[in-house]
Design a protein around this ligand. Structure first.
Ligand code: ADP
Ligand code: MG
Length: 245
């Protein structure tokens, strides 16, 4: 039953984000059209033509990347679990959500270590959790003119720690109490499913999620997940050491 709700939420979230992607695709299209017109109508030297073509190609590659990642996130979830780089999944999701932030005039900032942050997880599920939390943070900024969402990923001991902070509307104590229960939503188009899915998924991975919220000032979610350290070869495999010579 819950899985059906989760798919409903996915469709709803994805369709809301889709509108912002239409904007995002229009910009590079306009740029590419402009450059192609210039190349056709002006007597440009070859060096300039090459430079304009390079810009067009990189604009198109960026758009293609965002669209394909967006489509990957829209697919139904599978049960796969594998060694996953949380930093990489976070970077992808931030790029997919950037058009939504832009459309809502919210700055989206990411601090993440350059090296991999390995966890044992389903990468699609991780992205779905991140989409839910980033989307909520962006939407919380609807009433502030300098809306800002900051994501910070770091490691501490055997844990990955991710904070998602916004300077939006915040929550009352009463709202915080009800957070994570299915169908709790304060939005006219809300489903109240994003957080309950995310809470369940994070707990299922052996992680924790906590929050601090100040009404009319902002909210900070903190997620911790165990870092994945593969067992050294031949260790913990269940094969007794004796008798193997
Ligand atoms: P939905 O976004 O569809 O309402 P969610 O489960 O994602 O459902 O969120 C439930 C509710 O939690 C939201 O309606 C909102 O009231 C509150 N909420 C979640 N994240 C934030 C946030 N960053 N700032 C303020 N309120 C939030
Ligand atoms: Mg939501």
């Amino acid at each position: 039953m819950f899985i059906r709700y989760v798919q409903t939420e996915k469709v709803e979230v994805i369709s809301q984000v889709a509108a912002s992607l239409v904007h995002e695709v229009r910009n590079p299209l306009t740029a590419v059209k402009g450059f192609l017109t210039l190349i056709r109508e002006s007597r440009l030297d070859q060096e300039k033509v090459n430079r304009y073509i390079d810009i067009c190609i990189s604009e198109m590659e960026r758009t293609e990347y965002i669209l394909s990642e967006y489509l990957a996130i829209s697919k139904p979830l599978t049960d796969l679990q594998e060694a996953t780089d949380l930093a990489h999944q976070l970077r992808i999701t931030v790029e997919v959500m950037r058009p939504y932030a832009n459309m809502n005039n919210v700055a989206l900032e990411l601090e993440a270590p350059p090296e991999a942050v390995p966890i044992l997880a389903n990468p699609e599920k991780i992205k779905q959790i991140l989409v839910n939390l980033i989307k909520n943070a962006i939407e919380a900024c609807y009433a502030v003119s300098d809306g800002k969402v900051t994501l910070d990923l770091r490691t501490e001991g055997a844990k990955a720690i991710l904070t998602i902070e916004d300077n939006g509307i915040g929550m009352t104590e009463d709202q915080v109490e009800r957070l994570g229960s299915v169908f709790f939503s304060t939005k006219s188009r809300g489903t109240g499913l994003g957080l309950s899915f995310s809470y369940q998924a994070i707990q299922g991975m052996g992680g924790t999620i906590t929050l601090k919220s100040v009404h009319r000032a902002g909210t900070r979610f903190t997620i911790t997940l165990p870092l994945y350290e593969p067992e050294p070869f031949g260790n913990g495999s269940g094969v007794p050491a004796d008798g193997l010579s």
